[in-house]
Design a protein around this ligand. Structure first.
Ligand code: NDP
Length: 287
């Protein structure tokens, strides 16, 4: 058996096109475009590339992009002052502070200073709490994108066994919450999990968000399972995910790296920004 390769790139392109239609409608009805502010502190090359591609995608979707690039020496108070200014700016519907921040800045303080109604990354504890308690809020983009791909592949997820490997606040935990919301039976594995291969072998759905190249092996995989690879590992052989590509011989469907989950993250960010703008402006949207 060879797994179906899930084309995240094509799915994300479709989502971005629907977001662009929504943005055009908001412009027609409310007279302004949805606005996304992205803040980058320092000159981490990977972060710089992410920020540039987020800005480009925002403009391509017919939205306003406000980019703030600050030097690595920026103090916490200065960054908090910028966030306060963006919170108060009516042209800004979404605020994203690119992580990681330089060591001298308390990430938690910055994330909690963002207005939860503009927190399109979904990292604010208020939005994490909303997700955990079944309230409307912003869901972190990467797990939200993974869920869209899983549902597109499998339809109704009720009763399926899902294993999420990784328990970070930005991927693993919200991914588990989303799968619980879909009535999956969810196991969250992490570095202290005993016999990970055995845990993974039970799963109909595996989401790997660890950061270890090709960690999930073919003999860990239940035949026919759906595998979602969040990992982005830069190796001498190029970009590699957390799932060994040889798992395609056992899985029913899996995401490639690159071209799987990656493109979904930005598309979901644009979607969240559109949702924020439509709420704030009282314009209905449908995507
Ligand atoms: P973190 O480093 O915050 O979390 C990694 C998780 O993996 C932790 O919960 C850790 O466990 C667990 N882990 C580490 N080693 C093992 C092991 N041997 N067995 C089982 N679990 C283990 O990473 P993120 O969640 O931020 O990101 C995960 C990966 O996803 C990275 O490769 C990152 O680059 C990528 N990523 C991709 C995105 C995209 O757009 N495609 C977006 C965000 C991230 P413990 O908690 O016990 O330490």
């Amino acid at each position: 058996m060879t797994a179906t390769m899930i084309d995240g790139k094509a799915f994300a392109a479709g989502l971005r096109a629907r977001v662009a239609e929504g943005a055009a409608r908001i412009f027609a009805e409310a007279g302004r475009r949805p606005g996304l502010a992205v803040v980058l502190v320092g000159d981490d090359p990977a972060s710089s590339v992410y920020v540039r591609s987020k800005g480009k995608a925002t403009v391509a979707a017919g939205m306003e992009s406000f980019e703030h690039r600050l030097p690595a020496s920026t103090g916490e108070a200065e960054l908090l002052a910028l966030v306060a200014q963006l919170n108060a700016d009516p042209a800004v519907d979404g605020i994203l502070v690119q992580l990681p921040l330089p060591k001298h800045i308390d990430e938690r303080a910055v994330i909690t200073s963002i207005d939860p109604e503009k927190d399109v990354d979904g990292f604010h504890p208020v939005n994490a709490g909303r997700l955990a308690t079944g309230l409307e809020g912003f869901v972190p983009c990467t797990p939200y994108g993974c869920l869209m791909l899983i549902k597109d592949q499998l339809g109704d997820l009720a009763g399926r066994d899902a294993v999420v490997i990784g328990r970070s606040n930005i991927v693993g935990k919200p991914m588990a919450q989303l799968l619980i919301r879909e009535s999956c039976t969810v196991t969250v594995a992490h570095s202290r999990t005993h016999d990970l291969p055995d845990v993974v072998r039970r799963a109909d759905i595996v989401v790997a968000a660890v950061g270890r190249p090709a960690m999930v092996k073919p003999d860990w995989v239940k035949p026919g399972a759906t595998l979602i690879d969040v990992g982005i590992n830069r190796t001498d052989a190029g970009l590699v995910g957390d799932i060994d590509p040889a798992c395609a011989e056992v899985a029913g469907a899996m995401t490639p790296v690159p071209g799987g989950v990656g493109p979904m993250t930005i598309a979901c960010l644009l979607r969240n920004t559109l949702v924020s703008a439509s709420r704030r402006l009282g314009v209905a949207y449908a995507i």
